[in-house]
Design a protein around this ligand. Structure first.
Ligand code: GLY
Length: 349
């Protein structure tokens, strides 16, 4: 649900649980939020501040340990507050602790509002592969407060906007509205109805196919190439985005680069018009910049794509493409040569 005031949105949910069974798991960047919002009071509040900014087993373990230490029963509630990395790990801890306890997501980034915090995908990265351990486990509620985005750093705003663009490519009404939005202003009141529409598009897809057996694969547009890029850059990388020094490539940037590669393949394999590819390329060049690596090791990228959990068969590259805006085509098999050509195109821009 979208709301202006977290306190009044959360209170009726909290009322359903014993107060000593409500645990807050909060990202370090918003450690003081639960107190400032009067969600918790007093020293006995169950608050775990997570320092880690990657999705690791160690952090999931830390959350499990915290739940055990505080004797949380199967009737407890975990309230996750943070970006998608935090809500994915907290959701997985909730899914697996004592075979599952309730959780609520309160996303604080645009990326998490649009994508990560709804739809029930939870998990963490393992063996260098994105979200390779996880579970479908929907939260009892996702509470979205767009006003929080006023202070979001530009690279985080753009990272979330890339997932909005992906959603727009799946919906003919939304795509032109997203193209008209003035990214120079990053104006939140103008963005709010677009957030609402993106969340609505995702909710309708997830309701029709919660376990990604068919239609939900449409939401993976841009992610086959995007994930490979994230994985190859997972360790020992440094990125400069809008004056911020980052240790990981923001997910939305990877998705945007992946969308360009996959729109290129949509043009050559499904005769999609070149217009959305050109529109997205202009947005990339103007706001996101080119990928900050040339990734000469194409074989490694292609190997990573062959290991993607979205593939139906081992060593086959499976992708969602589009025939036109609003018409996704699922389960497209990509040959290594086609994948190479799409990477070539992206890195030549
Ligand atoms: N992130 C795509 C999905 O939730 O299915």
């Amino acid at each position: 649900m979208l709301c202006k005031d977290i306190h009044s949105a959360l209170s009726p949910i909290l009322a359903r649980y014993e107060s000593d069974q409500i645990c807050y798991v909060v990202d370090k960047n918003c450690a003081t939020l639960p107190t400032r919002l009067r969600l918790i009071q007093g020293e006995n509040s169950l608050l775990l501040v997570v320092q880690e900014s990657r999705k690791s087993l160690e952090t999931v373990q830390q959350i499990w340990d915290f739940l055990f230490e505080h004797d949380i029963t199967r009737h407890g509630l975990l309230v996750a507050i943070g970006g998608g990395v935090l809500t994915d790990m907290a959701g997985f801890a909730a899914a697996t602790y004592k075979r599952g306890i309730d959780h609520v997501n309160i996303p604080t980034t645009l990326l998490a509002m649009i994508d990560a915090s709804s739809g029930g995908k939870t998990g963490f990265n393992y063996h260098g592969l994105k979200n390779s351990i996880g579970a479908f486990y929907p939260p009892v509620e996702t509470i979205i407060c767009p006003a929080w985005l006023e202070s979001l750093p530009p690279h985080e705003f753009l990272s979330g906007y890339a997932e909005m663009l992906k959603t727009g490519l799946l919906n003919t009404k939304l795509w032109p509205q997203l193209l008209r939005y003035d990214l120079d202003t990053m104006d939140i009141p103008a963005l709010t109805p677009l957030i609402e529409q993106c969340v609505g598009v995702k909710e309708r897809i997830v309701a029709a196919d919660p376990k990604e057996e068919g239609l939900r694969k449409a939401l993976n547009l841009g992610h086959t190439f995007g994930h490979a890029l994230e994985e190859i850059l997972m360790d020992n990388s440094q990125f400069t985005m809008h004056n911020a020094q980052l240790a990981v490539l923001p997910h939305g940037y990877a998705v945007l680069y992946g969308l360009i590669a996959e729109l290129y393949l949509s043009v050559i394999k499904l005769h999609c018009s070149k217009e959305p590819l050109h529109q997205l390329t202009q947005i990339m060049l103007h706001y996101y910049g080119k990928p900050q690596c040339k990734c000469s090791d194409r074989d490694a990228l292609i190997r990573l794509m062959q290991q993607d959990k979205k593939n139906e068969r081992t060593a086959e590259i499976n992708c969602t493409l589009i025939r036109s805006v609003g018409s996704p085509v699922l389960n497209q098999t990509i040959t290594p040569e086609e994948a190479n050509e799409a990477w070539e195109y992206l890195f030549s821009l």
